[in-house]
Design a protein around this ligand. Structure first.
Ligand code: PAF
Length: 283
């Protein structure tokens, strides 16, 4: 495995790879890797000749400076995990390597970018699109792998690829959960052991709400989930949206569309740490 910190270094390597007719898979990450990331890397390795993993904590997608400052980082530990996994290249540029001048491009794909994370984290998806488009231009992958945990992000990236007319296959990989049911996230490392225990109730309540939903309205299910989660003093729901899985817009009736999902963001603990999760009500 080779660690590249400069764009030109990685591009020279990938030029040779492409000359040999080999396929390239990219796994974009912000580091602090966990089993969820490694499952993307393993799938990428299985489906491509060469796997590039980017480790870059992208400042332009953080609307909250404190969230950026406390985001866990450990490149050495990440590289060790990636080497064991069998990745070929780690691309870990510095901020001024990725952004030699400020990125003034503006990406918006309404109505997908205006709801949920888009509404609660202004500028977040614009920053994600800035960095992901740069990573795509730098690596020119055949396929790129993203976790289903960031469900709305995957929808935004699919729009990005369409709008830039890039021939990159976007592969959505299953969400990986801890044994307790808590969705794996780099931010989980910031939770205390007690907070982590309490946070596992988020998915339990979401899962149980599928049965509840079969006998109750959309509004009642919404209220039920929010009340059950907020009943824990350490948890505070920022938003819970029951949406059409295709358009990501909120629905009022279960039979309004064929696929329905529930997307939630919960603040957990004293700091507090922002956790996201989702559930499928109708496929
Ligand atoms: O999902 C993430 O970790 C980030 O949003 C991504 C896609 C690596 C872009 O910084």
């Amino acid at each position: 495995m080779k660690l590249c910190k400069k764009i030109v270094e990685l591009q020279n390597e990938l030029f040779e790879v492409r000359k040999q007719g080999k396929s390239i898979g990219l796994v974009p990450t912000m580091g602090a890797l966990h089993e969820g990331h490694l499952s993307l890397v393993k799938r990428c390795i299985a489906e491509n000749d060469i796997t590039v993993v980017s480790v870059f904590l992208n400042p332009t997608q953080f609307n909250d400076k404190k969230d950026l400052e406390r985001y866990p980082q450990n490149l050495d530990a990440d590289c060790k995990l990636l080497e064991i996994c069998g990745a070929d290249y780690v691309f870990a540029p510095a901020v001024d390597e990725m952004y030699p001048v400020p990125d003034t491009r503006h990406f918006e794909f309404p109505p997908i970018t205006t709801v949920m994370e888009g509404a609660h984290r202004p500028g977040h998806f614009n920053g994600v699109c800035q960095v992901v488009s740069r990573l795509f231009y730098i690596t020119r992958p055949d396929a790129a792998y993203f976790g289903e945990k960031d469900w709305q992000q995957v929808a935004v990236i699919k729009q990005l690829v369409k709008s830039l007319d890039l021939k990159i296959r976007i592969v959505e990989c299953d969400l990986i959960r801890e044994k307790s049911g808590l969705a794996m996230s780099s931010r989980n490392a910031l939770l205390t052991a007690d907070e982590r225990n309490v946070a596992s109730n988020i998915y339990r309540i979401l899962e149980e709400s599928v049965t509840y939903a079969s006998k109750h309205s959309v509004q009642e299910t919404h209220e039920h989930v929010v009340n059950e989660i907020n009943a824990y003093s350490e948890l505070n729901v920022e938003y819970f949206s029951i949406v059409n899985s295709e358009t990501l817009q909120e629905i009022n009736e279960w039979d309004e569309c064929s696929a329905v999902s529930g997307c939630i963001t919960v603040f957990c603990g004293k700091t507090p740490i922002r956790l996201i999760d989702h559930i499928t009500y109708k496929k």
